[in-house]
Design a protein around this ligand. Structure first.
Ligand code: M6R
Length: 546
């Protein structure tokens, strides 16, 4: 399209179906004001009723459509003034961008609960809900806070807060490189991101390994030594894949730092009025740093007086800014909806933190050194595991027509089973259940049949024998088995119908390598089924609505 200013939006349906009429932008009756909106206007029914009474025709089923009509109601030759008056009436969450036909070259935005970032270019300006959208055009950004309104013109922007005071903000520098948001020679972002993991994990570890003192260096925790020694309990809140990383983290902290730890679903804890003990330390894990469930849960926990650290990928995201400190995972932009490289970098953050806090307690220098040595080996072991690409593709060709799958693991591989099942579901649309292998006999085993394959994760630690028994139980019932196990494990290789080896190493670190074949398996099944791997149906990369 021709033109020098405009707005657009990929709608994630909350009110009304996925139809052309419901697609953004929505306009005022005279067609002069156009609005795109991310979030939910909770009182839209009341506003709509009032506007309809005034003769305003509505063309969509969306909550958003009330916004341009409301702005139009207040409009007297100045879009900022009209938007300011309109948002006072809105209850709910919004990141809004709006334009007026009579004010060419001007975009006005407002934020409340949904992210909004200004991009500062040379002779051009941007407004988006995520820096990934504009990293190709500028590396200078300004983050808006709730209640702020921004007025953007070709060479200039200004921001005011709820009290109409001008806000002078620091321009932040994005360090992501343009190449990191391009596909390069890969057909999809997901494949590219899977193969980037040796480097992205190395980046998460870079500068943070203190070999001399056999510990980790974590500069952003903002917690004194005394406060860290007093931590009696760790609680982790997150959603989806980030929750799975939190589950691995909680097991690590319990096992190696001997600190009681628990990972909770953000969407659940937020409404549970959780007990917040004085000696507890909380983490919010989020790739995007914008997930509404995780953000609101974090705010609720902070309100109760707790310290919450963030484990985020996107620098400057809302969770990163509002948390009391934290660890950036530095995986670089993750574009595919299915999270892969951010997951392994989140794991790296938990391994670093576990080492750090365990060394402040009982963990000896020798034990710390052995932990560090294994951690340093991870990028190479992940690279080696990626060598299974073609083998996993063959296996995916064999199994992709299955309608249901079981993913089974024990100990630190149980969260990896959950992650494998989530990956398969979200991009191939094959139904998959992740289970603890020990729990299988309490119900899920009823699903086993020649049509329902099971994918086992088999370590070579003390749980190996137990997992092998579970494999035999499936075999006895005619269920096909794919096993991801340790190279050279002949017994597992023979028992399984298909075997994917990962390099032998320290079993505490198998979550890093064992998740790789599961990511590849989901990816190749989705390709076989002709799915849109990077943008699976019904899903959004960052879920900024509740
Ligand atoms: O950005 P976040 O890590 O907070 O996102 C949480 C989940 O929405 C996310 O992990 C989701 O489950 C992924 N699509 C999984 O691949």
């Amino acid at each position: 399209m021709d033109g020098s200013w405009g707005i657009g939006h990929t709608r994630w349906a909350t009110h009304g179906g996925v139809t052309k009429a419901n697609a953004h932008p929505h306009c005022s009756c005279d067609g002069k004001i156009a609005v795109v909106h991310n979030g939910i206007i909770e009182n839209h029914h009341a506003i709509r009723a009032m506007l309809e009474k005034m003769g305003c025709p509505f063309l969509s089923e969306t909550d958003t459509e009330v916004i341009p009509h409301l702005i139009s109601y207040y409009y007297k030759e100045d879009l900022v003034e009209a938007l300011k008056a309109a948002v006072v009436n809105l209850q709910g969450t919004y990141g809004i961008a709006c334009i007026h036909a009579d004010e060419p070259g001007r975009i006005v935005g407002a934020r409340n609960g949904s992210p909004l970032v200004v991009g500062v270019g040379a002779g051009e300006m941007f407004l988006a809900s995520d820096i990934t959208a504009m990293v190709a055009y500028t590396d200078k950004v300004v983050y808006l806070n709730d209640g702020e309104i921004v007025d953007i013109q070709e060479n200039h922007y200004s921001i005011i807060d709820r009290e109409e005071r001008t806000v002078d903000k620091k321009v932040a520098q994005i360090t992501w490189e343009l190449g990191s948001i391009e596909k390069g020679d890969y057909p999809c972002y997901m494949e590219k991101e899977i193969f980037e993991q040796p480097e992205s994990i190395a980046r998460a570890l870079s500068g943070r390994l203190d070999v001399e003192n056999a510990t980790a260096k974590l500069g952003g925790l903002n917690l004194g030594r005394g406060r860290l020694s007093d931590v009696g309990r760790v609680k982790i809140i997150a959603a989806g894949t980030s929750w799975h990383a939190g589950l691995v983290g909680s097991l690590l902290l319990e096992q190696f730092a001997r600190i009681p730890a628990q990972a909770e679903l953000a969407s659940e804890i937020r409404y549970r009025n959780p007990v917040v003990e004085k000696d507890s330390l909380w983490f919010t894990v989020s790739q995007s740093g914008e997930t509404a469930d995780s953000l609101y849960a974090m705010r609720e926990i902070q309100r109760k007086g707790a310290t919450v650290l963030g484990i985020c990928n996107v620098v400057g995201s809302t969770i990163a800014r509002e948390s009391d400190g934290g660890i950036y995972v530095h995986s670089g932009p993750e574009i595919a909806v299915a999270s892969t490289k951010a997951f392994t970098s989140q794991l790296a953050a938990f391994y670093l933190f576990t080492l750090f806090i365990a060394r402040m307690r009982h963990l000896s220098r020798e034990e710390g050194l052995s932990f560090l040595a294994s951690l340093q080996e991870v990028p190479a072991k992940v690279a080696q595991t990626l060598g299974q690409r073609d083998h996993v593709q063959e296996i995916a060709k064999k199994y992709h027509k299955a309608k249901d799958f079981l993913f089974l693991g024990r100990g630190n591989l149980y969260p990896i089973a959950l992650e494998g099942a989530l990956k398969l579901k979200e991009i191939s649309y094959i139904h998959a259940e992740g289970c603890s292998a020990g729990e299988m006999k309490h119900g899920p085993i009823a699903l086993v049949s020649p049509e329902v394959p099971s994918l086992f994760l088999v370590s070579d630690d003390f749980l190996r024998e137990k997992t092998i028994s579970n494999m035999r139980e499936i075999k006895a019932r005619g269920g096909p088995i794919i096993a991801v196990g340790v190279e050279g494990d002949k017994e597992v290789a023979v028992l399984a119908d298909d075997f994917i080896p990962v390099p032998k190493g320290d079993p505490r670190f198998y979550p890093f390598t064992m998740v790789i074949p599961l990511q590849l398996f989901a990816y190749f099944c989705a390709l076989e089924l002709g799915r849109d791997v990077d943008q699976p149906r019904n899903l959004a990369k960052s879920v900024t609505v509740e």
